[in-house]
Write a protein that binds this ligand. Structure first.
Ligand SMILES: [Zn+2]
Length: 141
């Protein structure tokens, strides 16, 4: 876990947020979820028979703050008791409801950390873009 914390601090590159990153990673691990940084796909929360894991997209071209927003959003999926059934994975209404729930849970995590409030506009813009992109994607189906 120590290694994951350092890895995330390295990727997020906002030194003043290091204590917060540590707190959130500890929270994720204590809730029984794992964490993996990768560069070849979107961030996601993946549930398998044995465990679950948050894959965090740490590609170089991303806004560093977006990594943190992804982290609390994917953690929101983890906390959502309504896990996605494989058969419903492509049910658009379900998908959007789950995404909205994960963002609501991310909001409450965000609100717990006053040191994030100066980044609120960045957070809200990113959240809005993500929610729009799910709807856009679903309209294409
Ligand atoms: Zn999501």
């Amino acid at each position: 876990m120590r290694q994951k914390i350092n890895e995330l601090k390295f990727y997020i590159q906002l030194e003043e947020l290091n204590p917060l990153i540590e707190e959130i990673v500890v929270k994720i691990f204590s809730s029984g979820c794992k964490l993996m940084a990768y560069k070849n796909g979107n961030s996601k929360h993946q549930v398998t028979k044995l465990d679950c894991i948050i894959f965090l997209n740490v590609s170089d071209n991303r806004d560093r703050l977006h990594l943190l927003w992804d982290l609390i959003h994917e953690f929101g999926h983890h906390l959502d008791p309504d896990k996605l059934d494989k058969n419903d994975a492509h049910n658009p209404v379900d998908r959007i409801r789950r995404e909205e729930t994960a963002w609501i849970l991310a909001d409450s995590e965000f609100q717990k950390h006053p040191e994030l409030f100066i980044f609120e506009e960045n957070y809200l813009t990113y959240k809005r873009e993500c929610l729009q992109s799910y709807k856009y994607y679903i309209n294409l189906l």
